[in-house]
Design a protein around this ligand. Structure first.
Ligand code: SF4
Length: 329
């Protein structure tokens, strides 16, 4: 069996309120990713999907309490000294952010920024050689005329091309793991499809493992090998992609699937009524119970545990497939 590229165990993140009390933003999650595979992490804003990744990259504000374990290629990242994590971040682990316009420095050319990313981790590479490498990376991510485009500034690129440049920069140091946090949210639908195709091609070509974070199940459908659905700081359903879509057990996952627009535009979009809970006022029992049409008495007092159910693992007292109900469409 292949050793996991990323292995997260009982990861718990807490923030301190003004009154000194602590609130869990992440309630002890387990996730793992094998080399060359894609893990999709899906959930609404505030579900905890991004902070899980920010925690082990040590990008959370000082004073945040992080407990549990996150191993990358067998190395424990939680508590790793800053000087060591800096050598991993941007090198063995590349990151793609949602909004490349704000992630790039507006007063430097994109080529200069890729050169900096390369030389930050290897000063033995000359600026000229690093710029050549930037051109090669631009070509790899299908940016036309790379020799000319590396000399341009971020504002001279369209949104889709900027995201391609961001991907090129994330690939600059040949990472084993790419973390893409809402990489297509700021893009229109056709460009979104192109970027997802590109990520899929790069995974196949370079064998990189990927964590793809998104609020949209439709984004991960065609690219992820496994999906973890998060709600209220917990993983509520996890499993291979097909069972998540075709043997859905958790009512929240079913709600997210119902909210994905269909290609032919037929049928009204279903919304999940209500809003996600704040970490400072999370309901007792199942955090989803105020929004769940299936909630029973047990749901209000007992927190469900993630357990195997059908083709997935699901944290629900009354999972959908128990009653062999069709997944809401
Ligand atoms: Fe709904 Fe209860 Fe399942 Fe939570 S545990 S999702 S409230 S049925």
């Amino acid at each position: 069996m292949t050793a996991p590229l990323l292995d997260i165990r009982d990861l718990r993140i807490s923030f301190q309120a003004r009154d000194g009390s602590w609130a869990d933003a992440l309630c002890g999650i387990d996730l793992s990713l094998e080399p060359g595979k894609v893990l999709g992490i899906v959930g609404e804003s505030g579900s905890g999907k991004s902070i899980a990744m920010m925690a082990f990259l040590q990008l959370l504000p000082r004073g945040t309490r992080v407990q549990g374990s996150a191993k990358f290629k067998g190395q424990e990242l939680i508590g790793m000294p800053a000087s060591r994590i800096q050598r991993i971040r941007g090198k063995a682990i590349g990151c793609i952010f949602q909004d490349p316009l704000s992630a790039f420095n507006p007063v430097k050319t994109l080529g200069q920024q890729v050169v900096e990313a390369i030389r930050l981790h290897d000063r033995s590479i000359s600026k000229r050689a690093a710029l050549k490498e930037a051109e090669r990376l631009f070509e790899l991510v299908a940016i036309p005329q790379p020799e000319r485009r590396v000399r341009q500034y971020p504002h001279e690129f369209s949104g889709g091309m900027r995201q391609r440049a961001m991907i090129a920069m994330a690939l600059a140091n040949k990472p084993d793991l790419l973390i893409a946090d809402e990489p297509t949210t700021a893009l229109d639908v056709t460009v979104q499809a192109q970027i997802l195709d590109l990520l899929g091609d790069l995974r196949a070509e370079l064998g990189i493992g990927m964590v793809l974070i998104t609020h949209d199940l439709g984004v991960v459908a065609g690219i992820a090998d496994e999906i973890a659905v998060m709600y209220g700081g917990s993983v509520v359903e996890r499993g291979p992609t097909d069972p998540i879509f075709y043997e859905t057990s958790h009512p929240y996952t079913a709600g997210l699937i119902g909210a994905v627009p269909t290609l032919d535009g037929t049928g009204a979009l279903k919304q999940i009524e209500g809003t996600p809970p704040s970490i400072f006022s999370r309901p007792d029992g199942c955090a989803f119970h105020p929004r769940c049409g299936r909630a029973g008495d047990a749901c209000r007092v007992q927190t469900p545990r993630l357990e195997p159910h059908g083709g997935t693992a699901c944290a629900c007292h009354f999972p959908l497939t128990t009653l062999r109900e069709p997944v809401p469409s």
